[in-house]
Design a protein around this ligand. Structure first.
Ligand code: NAP
Length: 251
């Protein structure tokens, strides 16, 4: 349990909040006193996350982050429900469709870019617009990249490209939004246990675990703790940064 309620009353939007890392982030932000809007295309998963949160005025909401209309509806519903925009936004929705470059289909490339990169763009833009339009702009946007976006990875040409794009998008947003006191940072997780990595063959996970200087794969809570720091005023002078949460992998 958090020692301090660093996010007391802060309205937070977490996409991909219905599973894995996003769910752990919802829990951590709520433990810090935030009100959490859990947004996911998996409505059952989002409802399950909601059930596991400490008491608060939290809500689970459906969204397809790759669709501008759906994202617009989400932000409008949050405004109507809470009479204020989210001041913390975590873009955690993401997918993989792994295949080697020589075999990758155009459809798989487009699908991964649509959710991971375009989705991050649409949500970041909609949330930033709502904040700028409010009387007291200021906020923290946290985007989920991946260390794979820096170093590449076999079978992940679409995913690696999307996550490199997320990092560049975040740095640009940080430059443009600083004048409104809106910060934008990227977390670059390494290999974190979640339903996403459950799809990776165990022998591949074992290989990566053996390469991690801290000697283990990451847990969603390892990422959530960093996210809470970036959401809070403890990181008030940090923007445009990329924070690796990898146990030292690829340093
Ligand atoms: P996860 O357990 O699969 O969670 C991702 C969530 O996003 C799922 O609930 C998924 O729903 C949802 N989602 C997918 N497409 C969506 C859309 N169009 N609109 C709204 N929600 C959508 O994966 P995770 O491991 O927690 O990953 C969370 C984030 O961290 C992702 O951005 C991922 O790329 C990133 N990351 C993960 C790792 C890792 O090792 N796990 C490493 C680096 C970065 P469905 O299940 O229905 O698709």
């Amino acid at each position: 349990m958090a020692a301090h309620l660093r996010l007391r009353g802060a309205l937070s939007l977490v996409t991909g909040g219905g599973s894995g890392i996003g769910r752990a982030i919802c829990v951590r932000l709520a433990q810090e006193g935030a009100v959490v809007a859990i947004a996911d295309c998996d409505e059952v998963g989002a409802a399950k996350t909601l059930q596991g949160l400490p008491p608060g005025d939290h809500e689970a909401l459906p969204v397809d982050v790759g669709c501008a209309k759906s994202v617009g509806d989400l932000v409008a519903r949050i405004q109507a429900r809470y009479s204020r925009p989210a001041t913390v936004c975590v873009n955690c929705a993401g997918i993989t469709m792994d295949e080697f470059l020589l075999k990758q289909s155009e459809e798989a490339f487009d699908a991964v870019l649509r959710v991971n990169l375009k989705g991050t763009f649409l949500v970041t833009q909609a949330v930033a617009r709502a904040l700028v339009a409010s009387n007291a702009p200021g906020g923290s946007i946290i985007n989920m990249g991946s260390v794979v976006g820096k170093v590449g990875n076999l079978g992940q040409v679409n995913y690696a490209a999307s996550k490199a794009g997320v990092e560049a998008l975040s740095k640009t947003a940080a430059k443009e939004l600083a004048r409104y006191n809106i910060r934008c940072n990227t977390i670059l997780p390494g290999f974190i246990r979640s339903p996403m990595t459950d799809k990776v063959p165990q022998k591949v996970l074992d290989k990566f675990a053996a390469m991690v200087p801290l000697g283990r794969l990451g847990e969603p809570e390892d990422v959530a703790d960093v996210c809470a720091f970036l959401a809070s005023e403890d990181s008030r002078y940090i923007t445009g940064a990329s924070v690796e949460v990898t146990g030292g992998l690829f340093i």
